[in-house]
Design a protein around this ligand. Sequence first.
Ligand SMILES: Cc1cc2nc3c(=O)[nH]c(=O)nc-3n(C[C@H](O)[C@H](O)[C@H](O)COP(=O)(O)OP(=O)(O)OC[C@H]3O[C@@H](n4cnc5c(N)ncnc54)[C@H](O)[C@@H]3O)c2cc1C
Length: 236
Amino acid sequence: MNVLIVHAHPEPQSFTAALRDLAVETLRGQGHQVQVSDLYAMNWNPVASADDFAARENPDYLVYALEQREGAKNQSIAADIQQELDKLLWADLLILNFPIYWFSAPAILKGWIDRVLVSGICYGGKRFYDQGGLRGKQALVSLTLGGREHMFGEGAIHGPLEDMLRPILRGTLAYVGMEVLPPFVAWHVPYISAEAREDFLRAYQARLETLGQDQPLQFPRLEQFDDRLYPLNRNA
Ligand SMILES: Cc1cc2nc3c(=O)[nH]c(=O)nc-3n(C[C@H](O)[C@H](O)[C@H](O)COP(=O)(O)OP(=O)(O)OC[C@H]3O[C@@H](n4cnc5c(N)ncnc54)[C@H](O)[C@@H]3O)c2cc1C
């Protein structure tokens, strides 16, 4: 299998980087092909702008998704985006590896999503969820955070982890058609002992070695909705 790891942490020696290195080693050890996009090391530009298109369908008014669609057809998307898109299309499994920043992904990773998940290829028209452009691929989010496990869940102070990750798991990865595996979470990372952090590394390795046994998360399928995307069973 081909694996793309998109890694977003500004410190090369971080624990999050240790998760990335472990994933590379473990997956290559299993015979998989692995590429890494280390966004801070690449000095990735996260800002979606008119500069992303060498030629413009409408030079007077920027409709970013429209220009993405035209750019994908005409191969006039900026080279840094095209390189990442090629890696994404090559991959059978995408791993997003990052620390939680403000209940979300670091801005540099959000900017990778904004610019690389190109309309017309990854989604567009009624090609989303199970009909998304990236169907057939799998996605795994591996993340670190400061909070403790008991702070997340129904009735917990921060609410369910799935709610916090909804924009990424559902609004992004499931939306473009990927089969989304349950996230791997390393809790309370800066405050625990080195041994406890090593336990997380061992747990991540075990998880990576048994990915085939994961039950994907469940998301809507378009067949459950009518032409205007009202749920078919709304009067049931
Ligand atoms: C802007 C911002 C917003 C944030 N928002 C949130 C939020 O909304 N919710 C939340 O819960 N948290 C939040 N945090 C906290 C953040 O998610 C955590 O600090 C981060 O995930 C910790 O992971 P790290 O990789 O940065 O750890 P690091 O600080 O890099 O590492 C922790 C320790 O692990 C050690 N280490 C490195 N490699 C290894 C190894 N191989 N084995 C064992 N130990 C190792 C390091 O030396 C260090 O001592 C936020 C932080 C920032 C900066």
